[in-house]
Design a protein around this ligand. Structure first.
Ligand code: HEM
Length: 412
């Protein structure tokens, strides 16, 4: 524990540009000096130590039903506008507590099987090769790796999974961007509720149509597995199916983009590790795990206190908001040796990036597969890939962690 204690009060401001570029020094202070920190500006608890984060996610002291709390505080005209989007989000597994969560999760287990993900592998490889072919053919050497690659791999994988034609990418992206202004809590968009309602209406009617079409004309694939998924005779309702398709799109897209983006950035910033991976591609599994730990796509998870309880001597009261800081937990020196070192051979590596407990990520196997194929093929195709002089632009967000823009030179 090499953090120097200071008398200055801790001010954690996630949108401060220095903190966005490197939040880890402030996380170290939080872990050492105030591991259960009350942030007056965020009006939330900030939990930063590994064991507290893990134990809280495993306990039933916290709830994920933060959305309804927010919704019930809205003025009636906004609530009316948002009633449709809230109806779907309320059916999301990610926003349900037991017993509703238990029921839907049991059913979904039958669609998210290792076999289903293995069947997607050839599709992932085809998508990655196709995108890299396009990059190779281009004259331009300087590109934004996020826009031209990291964003497209998971977008096409999920569109294929849900049987959305790839030509609809731009349309789909605009609907999901519209919905994201609500889900992601954009600060400055005046028309954000109108946009969110419109995006949700378009997206839900599109999914309802393809679900009906696939039910009438069965064809093997993930969507069919989802429609057919049953647990002891119980299955998802049509609304739950629509909501789950939207959830998969949101849960599996930006997260995986950030995995590919953060992996590229970390490897390019650590040439010794990149050289080791190039020399021995079998190190890719460890490399992906280390990216997930060292600067992974899950900065934080959001919860609401479900019942009064105490941690590290602080009292958390029902209804208060909690940020469970995954990326801080993943650098806790009590658990990880030399935690700030990026080491693709690290073992053991019990990071918390896919969550813990009942909500643990259903798409982890798929995300790892996408990350492995995308990163390995990218560094193979472009042996001189290098960071551009223009620095990366980080997302101004508390929950996801990644770059909005990652300028690179393809040929060094
Ligand atoms: C690197 C990429 C990914 C990361 C870091 C990630 C991370 C997470 C985390 C931390 C959770 C738990 C959220 C919570 O406890 O509040 C979660 C849940 C979930 N993830 Fe992922 N995820 C990734 C990719 C995917 C993909 C590709 C899919 C599907 C195609 C997916 C589907 C889901 C679903 C459905 C849940 C909700 C599970 C539940 O609430 O029971 N994720 N993910």
């Amino acid at each position: 524990m090499n953090t120097a204690m200071t008398d200055k009060p801790i001010v954690y401001d996630p949108s401060d540009s220095a903190t966005m570029a490197d939040p880890f020094p402030i996380y170290a202070r939080l872990r050492e000096e105030d591991p259960v920190h009350w942030s007056p500006s965020l009006k939330s608890w900030i939990i930063s130590r590994y064991t507290d984060v893990r134990d809280l996610l495993l306990s039933d002291h916290l709830s994920v039903r933060r959305l309804m709390q927010f919704y019930s505080s809205l003025p009636p005209q906004d609530a009316a506008l948002l009633s449709d989007i809230v109806k779907y989000l309320d059916l999301w597994l990610a926003f349900r507590d037991p017993p509703d969560h238990t029921r839907v999760r049991r059913i979904l287990r039958h669609a998210f099987t290792p076999k289903a993900v293995d069947a997607m592998r050839p599709g992932i490889e085809e998508i990655v090769h196709h995108l890299l072919d396009q990059l190779e053919e281009r004259q331009a050497d300087r590109i934004d790796l996020i826009r031209e690659f990291a964003l497209l791999v998971p977008a096409y994988v999920i569109m294929d999974m849900l049987e959305v034609p790839r030509e609809m990418l731009a349309e789909f992206k605009s609907w999901s961007d519209d919905m994201a202004v609500f889900i992601g809590g954009a600060r400055n968009a005046d028309d954000k509720y109108h946009r969110a309602a419109r995006g949700c209406q378009k997206m839900s009617s599109y999914f309802r149509e393809i679900i009906n079409e696939r039910s009438a004309n069965p064809r093997p694939g993930f969507l069919m597995d989802l429609i057919n998924a049953r647990d002891e005779g119980d299955q998802l309702t049509e609304d739950e199916l629509v909501a789950t398709c939207i959830l998969i799109l949101f849960a599996g897209h930006e997260t995986t983009t950030n995995l590919i983006g953060n992996a590229s950035l970390l490897l390019l910033r650590h040439p010794d590790q990149l050289a080791a991976l190039r020399a021995d591609p079998a190190l890719i599994d460890g490399a992906i795990e280390e990216v997930l730990r060292h600067d992974g796509p899950t900065n934080a998870l959001v919860r609401v206190v479900a019942q009064d309880h105490e941690i590290e001597g602080r009292k958390l009261r029902e209804g208060e908001r909690v940020f469970v800081m995954i990326n801080s937990a993943n650098r806790d020196p009590r658990i990880f040796e030399d935690p700030d070192r990026f080491d693709i051979r690290r073992n053991p590596n019990r990071h918390l990036t896919f969550g813990q407990g009942i909500h643990v990520c259903l798409g982890a196997r798929l995300a790892r597969e996408e990350g492995r194929v995308a990163v390995l093929e990218l560094i193979k195709r472009f042996p001189d890939l290098a960071l551009d002089d223009e620095p990366p632009e980080w997302l101004d967000a508390m929950v996801p962690r990644g770059t909005r823009r990652l300028p690179v030179r393809l040929r060094g």
